[in-house]
Design a protein around this ligand. Structure first.
Ligand SMILES: Nc1ncnc2c1ncn2[C@@H]1O[C@H](COP(=O)(O)OP(=O)(O)OP(=O)(O)O)[C@@H](O)[C@H]1O
Length: 296
């Protein structure tokens, strides 16, 4: 497990600082882009997620390298989306959801006292399975995030253009920025949602099955875009499509779900390694069985 972290995190030398808040202004976010940083973007130390009494997933020890695509794969219900949502506190929005263990972003415990969850979500953006543009103009979809998070923006037109360019959709929409985003095709809507995530200057973009509602051509565009985006961002993607994981990711985490004596199923991380190794010579038989189609 090349990048798995020690489960015993609470005694590690680089224990997170309980900084009061995760407050960075845009200027700082720009100045501290990955080139000047080292170490993983996000680490999970012994993370467990519960929905009320139900332990949905456990044993999550992961360390996501920056400027890479990491893929989370595994059979339905093993907790991939649950883990993904725990990385930017999206689970906070689900009544009864609770995260134990530690998720560190840039060394800071994102669940620490005084950390602003909205700021966490600005720095760690998310793109969902189904394209979900706001029922507003293309321009307003992009400008909305910077406005509500009160980002300091010198020129909103420039920021909108920059985000749309980075999401490889500018050429298709530049003549109709005031038109409704809902008039775009599904693939365009999803790239718009990626642009919307980019607009708030995140460092990490989480993608939960971003292509599952798209046709193969639109899927290919998003996959190409992901590679391009890693120049600037760290990407963590949940996918059911193993070929997609193999195509786009540098590292893959395989999860499975096991039932206890009462029949309650709990997901767990089995193995996390370089994608090439996971798909050619995994350490764990369960990974081998899943990847070769013997189960799941
Ligand atoms: N909002 C929720 N409330 C209660 N339980 C939930 C909720 N979301 C997920 N779960 C439970 O947590 C477990 C993991 O679900 P999760 O959706 O994370 O798995 P997954 O691997 O992403 O599945 P799939 O591949 O089918 O999307 C399942 O037992 C599921 O029923």
């Amino acid at each position: 497990m090349a990048h798995a972290t020690s489960p015993n995190t609470h005694v590690s030398a680089d224990a997170p600082q309980k900084t009061p808040g995760l407050h960075l202004d845009v200027a700082h976010a720009k100045a501290s882009r990955p080139a000047s940083r080292s170490g993983p973007a996000i680490t999970c130390d012994d993370v467990k997620v519960f929905y009320k009494q139900h332990l949905a997933v456990r044993d999550v020890n992961l360390s996501f390298a920056r400027n890479e695509v990491s893929a989370l794969i595994g059979p339905s219900g093993c907790g991939k989306s649950t883990v993904l949502r725990s990385l930017n506190r999206m689970n906070d929005l689900i009544p009864g959801a609770r995260v134990e263990g530690m998720v560190r972003f840039e060394g800071t415990d994102i669940y620490g006292e005084g950390v602003d969850a909205t700021e966490v979500r600005r720095r760690i953006g998310m793109v969902f399975q189904k394209p979900n543009p706001f029922p507003k103009s293309i321009y307003e979809n992009i400008a909305y995030g910077p406005r509500v998070t009160k980002m300091q923006v010198d020129n909103m037109d420039d920021l909108v253009e920059e985000a749309l360019r980075k999401a490889a959709i500018w050429d298709e929409v530049k003549g109709k920025l005031k038109e409704s985003a809902l008039a775009l095709s599904g693939g365009q809507q999803q790239r718009l949602c990626i642009a919307r995530a980019i607009a708030t200057k995140p460092q990490v973009i989480l993608m939960d099955e971003p292509c599952s509602a798209l046709d193969p051509i639109a899927t290919l565009k998003i996959e190409d875009l992901m590679e391009e985006l890693t120049k600037e961002f760290t990407i963590i993607i949940v996918t059911h499509n193993m070929q997609q994981a193999a195509r786009v990711s540098q590292r893959t985490a395989f999860f499975t779900a096991e039932a206890d004596e009462h029949g309650d199923r709990t997901g767990r991380l089995v193995e996390y390694d370089e994608t090439a190794k996971m798909f050619s010579n995994p350490n764990d038989q369960r990974t081998e069985d899943y990847i070769s189609g013997r189960f799941g």
